[in-house]
Design a protein around this ligand. Structure first.
Ligand SMILES: *[C@@H]1O[C@H](CO)[C@@H](O)[C@H](O)[C@H]1NC(C)=O
Ligand SMILES: *[C@@H]1O[C@H](CO)[C@@H](O)[C@H](O)[C@H]1NC(C)=O
Ligand SMILES: *[C@@H]1O[C@H](CO)[C@@H](O)[C@H](O)[C@H]1NC(C)=O
Ligand SMILES: *[C@@H]1O[C@H](CO)[C@@H](O)[C@H](O)[C@H]1NC(C)=O
Ligand SMILES: *[C@@H]1O[C@H](CO)[C@@H](O)[C@H](O)[C@H]1NC(C)=O
Ligand SMILES: *[C@@H]1O[C@H](CO)[C@@H](O)[C@H](O)[C@H]1NC(C)=O
Length: 469
């Protein structure tokens, strides 16, 4: 049962499975269970994901062998992210439909994930994302569907049922989520196998295997995510083929408990189950690809396109220290949430940095300064260095894949800005919204329209090379 040491193997492709997907969300009407648990907050966290991955080979039911992966993320805060599909969730605007499913490996490669697995279930008819999806503080969608969730909020894991209001970051007394994905079936709760107790709570229409009991009982390929007592993330992927080999959800829960899981949920499985290391598929999927090679037809295996993924990645790499512009006399280098962008600020940095680098609310009204916005490449990151401007709020990675849909974030919400405009470099004329918590309404661009910052007052009439207030 002990996991053997990891080797990076790129396996191949293809077939059947659990069509585990899709449903129309019902809203949570009763007070369904939810737990919080502190994620391990590493004091030695330079932004590099600290990951241990094991290859699994266990005895499965009826003489079968269970193979798969167990990956442990030792420093989850900032290094665990949920990403929408590389193409974005399906969205229709002005009659034009964009987005759709992508391979886990495609989304993972675009997101620079060291380890990734398929995430939430999807609508098998439309390819649309199902359930709640918050990526790096951006609410992609938050229908509040009554299925179990796994999220990270202000340094705490949140496992369980989440209303639409809460998923949208508007629930009283709760800060918005940094990361949130839905699944189906709360596998492990408080260190106990929770499958049977949870089944009645789950909206069964999100999956298409059969009854929710069928969904739980059959053997199939599976993907699950949870945490252990140390506050590390456990990501489990098991190969399989529906009704032939793999694991039931009861088995998955027991296996997770043996690996130390305290809470865990089931993600999409069957042909969707995929485990990717550094952009390369490392699992053995169940979907079949018939292909002709050398004049002969062979059955291969192939990865299925899915919607969201869960990802372990470096938050950012510390680059050589680059102090603020020495002529500005502004000592604080304020970073965006990802630590990939920064600007020199006259005052404090925002408590909760968003997708853009902006100054904090307490900006003195005088002395507009030659602020600089660094490029978005992590390799050109500037760091606080000897200045006092270390990022203050929770550190979460920036979206490396700009979602194409902004979720149902009503105006006045405290959720972070819509995703379409989450990075500087957008053309002038489509200004990104200012940090809604900053109270600074004006987004001032440089002359090229390639960089901007939130300003407490008016923008300059003649913008220069750098954005200025
Ligand atoms: C999938 O999309 C179709 C078409 O919009 C819709 O009728 C159906 O309810 C959706 N299924 C789920 C599970 O949301
Ligand atoms: C659930 O509630 C939210 C917020 O009130 C609403 O936006 C959404 O349309 C509701 N969803 C369903 C499926 O009724
Ligand atoms: C990674 O995590 C392991 C397990 O907690 C720990 O022993 C090790 O020191 C960590 N490595 C780094 C570079 O922080
Ligand atoms: C094991 O085999 C028996 C007999 O064929 C069958 O009834 C049972 O469903 C199988 N169990 C699993 C988990 O496949
Ligand atoms: C993690 O710990 C650091 C201090 O080491 C603290 O500044 C930071 O706020 C903590 N992060 C969270 C999310 O609790
Ligand atoms: C692949 O070939 C097998 C055997 O000929 C057939 O049953 C199956 O439907 C084919 N699958 C696909 C995806 O074409």
């Amino acid at each position: 049962m002990a996991p053997s040491a990891m080797s990076r193997n790129a396996l191949l492709l293809a077939v059947v499975s659990l069509a585990v997907h899709a449903a129309f969300g019902q809203n949570i009407t009763t007070n369904l269970p939810q737990v919080e648990y502190p994620a391990f907050n590493s004091t030695n966290n330079d932004g590099a994901a600290n990951i241990t991955t094991y290859l699994i080979e266990n005895n499965g039911p009826n003489g079968t062998v269970q193979t798969g992966h167990l990956s442990i993320l030792h420093n989850p805060i900032g290094q665990f992210v949920v990403l929408p599909p590389a193409a974005g969730c399906v969205s229709t605007s002005n009659g034009v439909t964009t987005g759709g499913r992508s391979l886990t490996s495609t989304t993972a490669a675009a997101g620079n994930c060291h380890v990734a697995a398929n995430g939430a279930l999807f609508n098998v008819t439309t390819g649309g994302c199902l359930g709640n999806l918050v990526s790096n503080g951006v609410v992609i969608q938050a229908p509040g569907t009554q299925n179990v969730n796994f999220g990270l909020r202000n340094g705490n894991f949140v496992i369980g049922y989440v209303s639409a209001l809460e998923a949208q970051g508007r629930a009283a007394g709760k800060v918005p989520f940094d990361q949130l994905t839905s699944g189906v079936v709360w596998l492990v709760k408080g260190g106990q196998n929770n499958v049977q107790q949870d089944l009645p709570y789950e909206d069964p229409s999100t999956q298409t295997t059969g009854t929710i009991q069928d969904f739980a009982s059959i053997v199939s390929a599976r993907t699950a995510i949870g945490h252990n007592a140390a506050g590390e993330i456990l990501l489990l992927q098991l190969d399989g083929q529906s009704n032939v080999r793999g694991a039931s959800l009861y088995d998955v829960a027991d296996l997770l408990i043996s690996y130390g899981a305290v809470n865990a949920i089931n993600l999409d499985g069957g042909g969707s189950s995929a485990f990717v290391t550094d952009g390369i598929l490392s699992s053995y999927p169940s979907d079949i690809l018939n292909a002709t090679v050398n004049g002969q037809t062979f059955s291969f295996r192939q990865e299925r396109a899915v919607t969201s993924i869960v990802c372990f990645k470096d938050r950012f790499k510390i680059a050589p220290s680059q102090p603020c512009d020495p002529t500005s006399q502004n000592p604080n280098q304020c970073f965006n949430a990802a630590g990939t962008l920064s600007i020199c600020c006259p005052g404090a940095c925002p408590l909760r940095p968003g997708p853009l680098a902006v100054c904090g609310p307490a900006v003195p009204p005088t002395t507009p300064s030659p602020n600089t916005v660094s490029a978005s490449s992590p390799t050109t990151v500037t760091t606080p260095g000897s200045t006092t401007g270390a990022p203050t709020g929770p550190v979460v990675a920036a979206p490396t894949v700009a979602p194409t849909t902004a979720g149902p974030v009503p105006s006045g919400t405290t959720a972070t800005a819509p995703a379409k405009t989450s990075a500087p470099g957008v053309a002038a004329g489509t200004p990104p919204p200012c940090d809604p918590t900053s109270g600074n309404p004006n987004q001032c661009f440089n002359a090229a329209g390639t960089a901007s910052l939130c300003c407490p007052g008016l923008c300059p009439q003649t913008p220069g090379a750098n954005p200025q207030c």
